[in-house]
Design a protein around this ligand. Structure first.
Ligand code: ADP
Ligand code: ASP
Ligand code: MG
Length: 412
């Protein structure tokens, strides 16, 4: 078998953990599997690098984001070199690869670049030459700017899945600090239960709405290229019952519940443009300016005044996009004539996810009733076919997850 193994930040957090990772690699090599390893930076390192950048720049221009990428990509260079060294010490022929050396080609949206192409043939050839290759996650190379790019926070998951797709690997094992995907973040409630299987669609919604165990794009990529993805713990034994496997088909999941999981995100910010004279094309101007600055928008709500003349537009985006969003809005303030821009980052987004809700009613009612009983006010609501999200005050975030987890009977 050809396997891609990805190890996250905690799993490579210090030298003893890197040695632990080398044992997981050895276990696959002993089984005569071919192995490509993808690593993250040591835990805390990327945060520290991002913090350095924030201390010297508002990170608004494209030129600034290019420098940001060359700085934050360095964490992975250290861990891929160290793991290759450790594997060499064990007697293996091992080498490390940085993103540009493969190359992992991306678009020019620095700091959240998308992978466009990976030369799988080259990687497969190097697997003939080496016992094992170790690749720096999170980073790529942008042909257009001729610079190092990064794939957004948590992007090593996407590196791993993209590489697995490019070499047509049999399996992509994502090793992390929890032993699989849970009904909700196991750090919020010890009632969270590990899911043996979860569909790609559900995982996509869970990741998108805050379950950072997998980066959203890695799930989308796995879905598009049919990559078999397993989520496993770096710590402890792995057997065929371990972890969580992503599956295509709902029928593969025997024990089906109405709700599969609850996601929690506290990295959003809510912006409201107040009292704008209404006219056709107003939203296009606002969201056009935001798109031009590469600001990702999540929820959108529009309110019309009683006389129909003015509107307020509220939307949410990530806190790390706030400065660029403010810049974009500033550039159109004369055109859209809002009376005030309100910004609120004291919010949490809670989402319940499950393909079961396609065929069952009452899911939303249970959610709203449960939150109301705790006196939790809903600031915004949005839905998809398999997800309901609400925005609430941040202080109630964890409480909301716990009471909803009970209300939908997700406990062990
Ligand atoms: P890594 O550094 O290995 O990429 P991350 O910190 O990015 O690890 O992701 C793992 C973390 O995701 C866990 O420690 C857990 O707190 C969090 N998490 C959030 N939601 C879930 C969930 N539904 N199931 C499992 N873990 C989750
Ligand atoms: N080191 C990067 C981050 O912390 C990428 C990753 O860990 O997946 O976001
Ligand atoms: Mg991660």
């Amino acid at each position: 078998m050809l396997i891609v193994q990805k190890f996250g930040g905690t799993s490579v957090g210090d030298i003893s953990r890197i040695k632990n990772v080398s044992k997981k690699v050895k276990a696959e090599l002993d089984k005569k599997n071919k192995v490509i390893v993808v690593v993250s930076a040591m835990s805390g390192v990327t945060n520290q690098l991002v913090d350095y950048c924030n201390q010297v720049s508002g990170l608004i221009s494209n030129e600034a984001m290019i420098e940001y990428d060359s700085i934050v990509a360095t964490g992975e260079q250290v861990t891929c070199g160290l793991l290759a060294l450790e594997l060499q010490s064990m007697g293996y022929k091992a080498r490390s690869f940085l993103g540009w050396q493969i190359p992992i080609k991306t678009d020019a949206v620095h700091s959240k670049a998308r992978i466009e192409e990976i030369d799988g043939e080259y990687l497969l050839k190097s697997l003939n030459e080496y016992d094992v290759v170790v690749i720096a996650g999170f980073q790529g190379f942008c042909e257009q700017t001729k610079r190092i790019s990064t794939l957004g926070r948590g992007g090593s998951d996407t590196s791993a899945v993209a590489i697995a797709a490019a070499v047509k690997a049999d399996l992509c094992d994502i090793y992390t600090d929890v032993d699989g995907v849970y009904t909700t973040d196991p750090r919020i409630t010890d009632k969270a239960r590990r899911l043996n299987k979860v569909t790609y669609e559900e995982m996509l919604e869970m990741a998108y709405s805050g379950s950072k165990v997998l980066q959203t794009r890695s799930v989308a990529m796995a879905m598009a290229h049919n990559v078999r993805v397993r989520v496993l713990s770096s710590f402890g034994e792995v057997n065929e019952n371990s972890g969580t496997i992503l599956v295509n088909n709902n029928e593969e999941i025997m024990e089906r519940r109405l709700i599969t999981g609850i996601s929690y995100s506290k990295t959003d910010v809510r912006l409201t443009l107040m009292k704008m004279p209404d006219h056709p094309g107003l939203s296009a101007v606002i969201f056009g300016a935001l798109a031009q600055k590469e600001v990702n928008i999540d929820m959108i709500v529009q309110n019309i005044s009683a006389d129909g003349k003015f509107i307020d537009i509220t939307f949410t985006t990530g806190k790390d996009e706030l400065e660029r969003a403010k810049h974009a809005i500033d550039s159109i303030k004369d055109e859209v004539k809002f009376s005030e821009l309100k910004i609120d980052d004291n919010i949490a987004k809670i989402s319940v996810i499950g393909v079961g809700m396609i065929s069952h009613s009452g899911v939303a009612h249970t959610m709203f009733k449960t939150l109301a009983e705790k006196g939790i006010n809903l600031l915004l609501i949005s839905t998809s076919e398999i997800k309901i999200s609400v925005l609430i005050a941040k202080e109630y975030g964890e409480l909301a997850v716990r009471v909803l987890h009970d209300a939908y009977g997700l406990e062990k």
